[in-house]
Design a protein around this ligand. Structure first.
Ligand SMILES: [Zn+2]
Length: 568
C-alpha cells in the first residue's frame, strides 16, 4: 500500500515517492503547519507585567512572561519561570524588560461620533503649542490625497495651544495642498485655511480675515455649524467606515482597547447640528458594516442616548421594546441607555415629568442607565430621582442594574453614599479638566470617591469637549494639574497605581464584563499594552512625562492592532 501523507493546512494529499522524502516532508510540515492550530499562540517574555488584579493597597505581583492562546490569556510566568507550556508553534516576543499593562477601558466616550467626523480627522488633543498642532496637521496631510479635507473637530481646547487657533497663514504654510477645518467643542468656534475658505465662501459661510469661523449656541446655526453641515454633505458610507477605522487606530495608538460609547444628540439633519449630533437611526451603519467584515480593532459597547420632550417617551419605549440589551459579541455589544434618558436639556437640573417617566421605564425594563452630571446642582436631582423610582418598584428595584452617574466633578460624599446604596457607580474623567479646567471648574473628587467605596471607573468623555488620550487623564488624576500647569485638584489626587486601576480593573464592572476584561488573568481577554516607559517607576517617568507615555504595542484579543513586535 503506498504511503500517503496529508498536510493538514493545505488539505492536499502528498503522494510519497520514497519513504525518506515522505518523512522529510512530514517532519517539516509537522513543525510549520500540521501541528500548529490556526489560532494565536504567543509568549511575551522578559517583561514587567502588571496584571492590575491585585487588591488596591497591596504589594503587586509582577510577572515576567505571559502566554496567549487564541484571544485569551492562558498563563502568567513569575520571574525565572521559563516553561509556560510553549511549543514549536508558539510565537515568542522578547519584551526586553518593558512594562505591560491591561488595555485601557474608556467607560464613557463618543467613539462613534469620532468615526463619523467629516474629512480626515486629526487628533490635536496631545498638542501643547501652535507649532505642535501645525506639525500634527502637516503629518496627517502627508498621508491624505491632495485636495481632501484635513479636519480636527473637538477633543482639544485653545488654552493648550496658548489661547488661539492657528491663523490661516500658518495653516497654509503647514498644509498647503488641502482644505483645513479646525473646531473646538460642540459648535465652535473654528478656523480654516485659504483652500477651506474658497470652498466655504462659495456656500455663503462667513470667514474672518485670519480664517476665523464664528461658533454659536446650541440649537442655532452659526458659521461653524454651517461648515459642519457643508462637510457632512460630502460624506459617503465608505468615508464613515474609513473614519471609524481611523478612530479605532487612534485609540489603539494611545492604548484604548475598549470603549463604552455614550451616543450623540439626535440630529435635526440641517445646519444647526453640532459636532455631537448624529442621526440616531443611521449613526451605527459604518460600525455595523465594519463589524460584519470582521474589521473592528477595538471593542465597542453601545449606550443609546435618548432625548425627547413627550412624557410618553415613544422613542425610548420603542427602544426598550425592540432592542436587546447587552447583546452582541466580544467586539461589539449593546449595553444600556445613556448618557441621557429623556427630556430635551443636556443639563439635568430638575426632575421633569418626561425624565422621571423615562427613567421609570428603563428601570421596569431592567436595563442599565447612565446620566451625566456637570454642575453642583444636577447630581442631587439625578440620584434623588433614581431613589424615587427605586422606591416605587418592587425589590430589588434598581439595585442590580448598575446605574451610573458620569463625570460628576462636584459630587458629594452624601450623594456618593446614596448612589452606592442604590447599587450604582460613578464614572469620573480627567482629560476634560486637564485641557479646560480651572480652580473653580475642577474635580472630580477622586480621593473622596475612592474612600467612599462606591464603584468608580475612569473615562475620557472624548471627543467633543475632552481628549480620548488616557495619559492626559491619568496625568490629571495623579497631579491635579491642568494643561497650563495650574494645580487645580490638589486635595483629590491618587497614586499612580490607583489611578491606572480606574482605567483597567475597575472598568470591568462598568461594562458588566469583569469576568472577561480589566485585568490580565488566565481566562480573560488578551487585551494589553507594551509601554514606551515604566509608568510605575517615578524615577524613570517623572509626573510631567506621564503625558508622553504611549503603547509601543497594543493587543486586542491576542491580535496586534498597533505597533510592530520586531521594533521593540
Ligand atoms: Zn459624554
Amino acid at each position: 500500500m503506498p504511503i500517503t501523507l496529508r498536510v493538514v493546512r493545505s488539505g492536499a494529499p502528498v503522494e510519497a515517492l520514497s519513504l525518506v522524502a515522505a518523512l522529510t516532508l512530514a517532519a517539516s510540515a509537522a513543525v510549520h503547519a500540521q501541528a500548529c492550530p490556526d489560532v494565536a499562540d504567543l509568549l511575551l517574555r522578559n517583561g514587567r507585567i502588571h496584571t492590575m488584579a491585585d487588591e488596591p493597597g497591596t504589594e503587586p505581583v509582577i510577572f515576567s512572561s505571559i502566554r496567549i492562546l487564541g484571544d485569551r490569556v492562558a498563563r502568567l510566568g513569575a520571574p525565572g519561570v521559563r516553561d509556560l507550556g510553549q511549543t514549536d508553534c508558539t510565537e515568542v516576543i522578547d519584551l526586553e524588560g518593558r512594562t505591560v499593562i491591561p488595555g485601557i477601558i474608556d467607560n464613557h466616550n463618543h467613539i462613534v461620533l469620532l468615526g463619523l467626523r467629516p474629512g480626515h480627522d486629526t487628533r490635536l488633543e496631545s498638542a501643547r503649542s501652535i507649532d505642535d498642532a501645525l506639525a500634527m496637521l502637516a503629518a496627517r496631510a502627508a498621508e491624505v490625497p491632495r485636495g481632501e479635507w484635513i479636519t480636527s473637530i473637538g477633543g482639544f481646547d485653545l488654552p493648550q495651544l496658548g489661547g488661539r487657533f492657528p491663523a490661516a497663514t500658518e495653516l497654509d504654510r503647514a498644509v498647503p495642498d488641502h482644505p483645513v477645518y479646525l473646531q473646538i467643542s460642540f459648535t465652535g468656534p473654528g478656523a480654516t485655511n485659504s483652500a477651506g475658505r474658497a470652498f466655504l465662501a462659495e456656500r455663503g459661510i462667513d470667514i474672518g480675515a485670519d480664517g476665523a469661523i464664528a461658533g454659536g449656541g446650541f440649537g442655532g446655526a452659526s458659521a461653524a455649524t454651517r461648515t459642519l453641515h457643508a462637510l457632512r454633505q460630502l460624506q459617503t458610507l465608505d468615508d464613515q467606515k474609513r473614519g471609524t477605522q481611523d478612530a479605532m487606530r487612534y485609540a489603539a495608538s494611545v492604548g484604548v482597547t475598549t470603549h463604552v460609547d455614550d451616543g450623540g444628540f439626535p440630529a435635526a439633519g440641517n445646519d444647526t447640528d453640532g459636532a455631537a449630533h448624529f442621526d440616531p437611526y443611521r449613526a451605527y451603519d459604518a460600525l455595523l458594516a465594519l463589524h460584519a467584515e470582521g474589521a473592528l480593532t477595538n471593542r465597542i459597547r453601545i449606550n443609546f442616548l435618548h432625548m425627547e420632550a413627550d412624557p410618553a417617551t415613544p422613542e425610548l419605549v420603542a427602544r426598550l421594546n425592540n432592542v436587546f440589551p447587552e447583546f452582541g459579541d466580544a467586539m461589539l455589544r449593546t449595553l444600556g441607555i445613556g448618557e441621557f434618558t429623556a427630556g430635551t436639556s443636556p443639563m439635568i437640573l430638575q426632575a421633569t415629568p418626561e425624565w422621571l417617566a423615562g427613567t421609570r421605564r428603563v428601570a421596569e425594563a431592567g436595563w442599565r442607565n447612565e446620566n451625566h452630571s456637570l454642575t453642583q446642582g444636577d447630581f442631587p436631582v439625578i440620584i434623588d430621582g433614581w431613589q424615587q423610582v427605586h422606591d416605587d418598584l418592587p425589590a430589588p428595584g434598581i439595585s442590580n442594574l448598575r446605574w451610573v452617574v458620569a463625570h460628576a466633578p462636584f459630587i458629594t460624599r452624601e450623594y456618593a453614599d446614596k448612589l452606592r446604596a442604590l447599587g450604582g457607580g460613578v464614572s469620573v474623567l480627567g482629560g476634560w479638566r486637564y485641557i479646560s479646567g480651572t480652580a473653580q471648574q475642577n474635580g472630580p473628587p477622586f480621593r473622596m470617591l475612592a474612600a467612599s467605596g462606591i464603584p468608580m471607573g475612569m473615562s475620557s468623555d472624548g471627543m467633543q469637549i475632552a481628549p480620548m488620550n488616557p495619559w492626559l487623564g491619568l496625568y490629571y488624576v495623579v497631579t491635579g494639574m491642568n494643561a497650563q500647569g495650574e494645580l487645580i485638584n490638589a486635595d483629590q489626587t491618587l497614586p499612580r497605581r490607583e489611578a491606572l486601576a480606574l482605567y483597567t480593573q475597575a472598568n470591568g464592572w462598568f461594562l458588566g464584563e469583569e469576568e472577561d476584561l480589566g485585568t490580565l488573568e488566565p481566562g480573560k481577554y488578551a487585551d494589553l499594552l507594551v509601554l514606551s516607559a515604566d509608568y510605575f517607576d517615578e524615577q524613570a517617568v517623572a509626573d510631567e512625562a506621564i503625558r508622553d507615555l504611549r503603547p509601543l504595542l497594543t493587543m486586542v484579543g491576542g491580535k496586534i492592532v498597533h505597533g510592530d513586535p520586531d521594533a521593540l
